[in-house]
Ligand binder design. Sequence first.
Ligand code: AMP
Length: 291
Amino acid sequence: MANLNNKNLKLAIQKQGRLTDETLEFLRRSGLEFESYKQKLFSSCRNFPLEILYVRDHDSPDYVASGTVDLGIVGQNILIEEKPKARKLLNLGYGFCSLTLAVPKESEIFDIQDLKGKTVATSYPESTKKFFKENSIPVEVVSISGSVEITPALGVAQAIVDLTSTGSTLALNDLRALTKIYESEAVLIANEEALRNGKKDLLEKLITRFKGVLSAKDYKYVMMNAPEDVLPKIKKIIPGLKSPTISSLAEEGWLSVQTVIKEDVFWETIEKLKQVGASGIIVLPIEKMII
Ligand code: AMP
């Protein structure tokens, strides 16, 4: 491909689809500068030795496995289905969806056992066969490459297995979810050899950047005022990364405490801090966090 620099790292991302916008946003938040527009086949980063290749989502794992590219960002669902020879390095926290088993709303099937001997249509035949095998339910799996939701109405299948996120596509097609087979999100995968060869150092630098963005998303920076005597209680509530930063306020007997709090325990931690006497609590987003 013209102008591709082979010494640079190569990353395959989805050309056009559900993962594309969030992937581009994630890469830019990682401080990578590049141009991207619909007709482009690849972009070279201006400030990092990285080429970004735009490919079909299902092709990324093969490119990574064969070493055509060093890295790929794909839905985990594709890894589970295709089992490429590639190493998963990071969960990226977007592109959440579930592989879901569904039946028509009016169907008399309410339990997966009721599907014995029935036909199930899907674009994920391997995952589907594995699921029914593990549950010892013999079904016929029909592999369809798109618009799986229509197959029950066409009489092709009595159930489908497809990716869902909000459930609105199922509802729109008069389908009812029976169970989730697995959950998925966007992941970063790497070629095994690239993790060992001359590109190892570059790869580590890029991964540090990615981790910085992911960690920052998980934490908030919090500043608060508190009377000196409640400091031991505050320290117990907020261990911080190592320990909180403490400085004196102009008002005697009062301190300013600065720390980071994990997003998933954020509100319960703030409640506890208020209960022990913290006030003037200010919360700031963190852009990047290198741990
Ligand atoms: P697509 O753009 O439809 O080819 O989907 C690309 C990837 O987006 C899939 O492989 C999934 O990992 C992910 N995805 C997230 N939400 C959904 C959804 N509701 N339906 C299909 N794929 C989804």
